[in-house]
Ligand binder design. Structure first.
Ligand code: DC
Length: 224
């Protein structure tokens, strides 16, 4: 099985790039952020204090997550409800970042993530895929871009959805999330020693895509 780990901060373009790459190469795309987001959404709905480890841990037994794949797209079901759209809200991203700091939440998802890579050729994106989830991945990519470049892209994405977001607010949110994800004790965001660094600050989508595609094709060819 071939496994490609793609880690990096929020807004670096991981999911858009990985989704298309997986579709073109016939791999299963696993968006691990969606799993943390679904737990964050559940916590928000439950009115829990998401920074409180005991409160969040107590919610886990009531959470059942299922991944379904339709036309190459990952759908995530939270206790039977398709929450693929609902989890994309900014507030849910922040909630995901908070719940993901708790070790019990990470353990809760680890086996599911590893199981997917045992059974399929995967392109898996997240924060700790190369460092913790798939330490023996065929290829590890650390995809990043400056906070400013990510904020500009995020603002454009929101504008395309008809949401008029203030650049400074978007940038501040990105920095807050980077800070939370990088400084937590449990599986913080960091580049694995054997990961290839791809900085997309100065690249457009097609250039980023071509760079990633080349890396994956080279690694797959080496694997035989
Ligand atoms: O990639 P994303 O924005 O959908 O991720 C949402 C949050 O989930 C992110 O801020 C940190 C957390 N996360 C994580 O801790 N580990 C992962 N493998 C993926 C996401």
């Amino acid at each position: 099985m071939i496994s490609v780990a793609i880690d990096g901060p929020s807004g670096a373009g991981k999911s858009t790039l990985a989704r298309r790459l997986a579709a073109e190469l016939g791999y299963v795309y696993v968006d691990t952020g969606a799993m943390y987001r679904a737990i964050g959404l559940y916590g928000l709905r439950a009115g829990a204090d998401l920074k409180d480890e005991a409160q969040v841990t107590a919610l886990l037994p009531a959470i059942k997550l299922e991944l379904r794949y339709a036309d190459g797209a990952q759908h995530i079901l939270l206790n039977g409800e398709d929450v693929s759209e609902a989890i994309r809200a900014e507030q849910v991203g922040m909630a995901a970042s908070s719940v993901s700091a708790h070790p019990a939440v990470r353990t809760f998802l680890l086996e599911t993530q590893r199981g997917l890579a045992r059974q399929n050729n995967v392109l898996m994106d997240g924060r700790d895929i190369g460092t913790v989830v798939l330490p023996d991945a065929t290829l590890k990519i650390f995809l990043t871009a400056s906070p400013e470049a990510r904020a500009r892209r995020r603002q454009a994405e929101l504008a395309a959805k008809g949401v008029d977001a203030d650049y400074d607010t978007v940038l501040r949110d990105i920095r807050t999330r980077d800070d939370q994800d990088t400084h937590r004790a449990a599986a913080p965001l960091r580049q694995a020693e054997d990961a290839v660094l791809v900085d997309t600050s100065e690249l457009d989508f097609e250039q980023s895509f071509a760079a990633l595609r080349k890396l994956v094709e080279q690694a797959a060819a080496k694997e035989g």
